[in-house]
Design a protein. Structure first.
Length: 131
């Protein structure tokens, strides 16, 4: 379940975060320039980028404020280290409650090794619509 694989058994019908994940987030290398990342984020539905290693492990996040403020830096020198992540098998109800309590709009999903699976928007979860 934590790797986003199909689920069987009694709880197989529960809604899981993986069903609402998108891969539309910008992922960049630690050595990418902020100027290049900024251009990619401008075309993205998300206002941030994730810094990932060569094997896809999430290393950090570049928030919009950093992308607007920095000019000549590379991602690894200005990234926010170790952003909070969730496993794809988390129930949508639990994820929605977590995001709501922290007043966050998105959740990053990773596998147990920390590799990026996708991003989930709080407003896309069924609980946001009362379901």
């Amino acid at each position: 379940m934590a790797r986003g694989l199909p689920v069987e058994g009694e709880r197989a019908g529960e809604k899981r975060a993986i069903a609402f994940a998108t891969q539309g987030v910008v992922a960049c290398a630690p050595t990418d320039t902020i100027a290049a990342v900024r251009a990619a984020v401008a075309e993205s539905p998300f206002g941030f980028a994730l810094v990932v290693s060569s094997n896809g492990t999430v290393l950090g996040r570049l928030r919009k404020a950093i992308l607007e403020r920095e000019e000549d830096a590379v991602a690894e020198s200005v990234m926010e280290l170790g952003p909070s992540t969730n496993r794809p098998n988390i129930s949508t109800a639990k994820l929605w409650a977590k995001l709501q309590a922290a007043d966050l709009k998105t959740a990053i999903l990773t596998d147990p090794e920390g590799r990026l699976i996708g991003v989930v928007r709080r407003d896309d979860l069924p609980e946001a619509n009362g379901h």
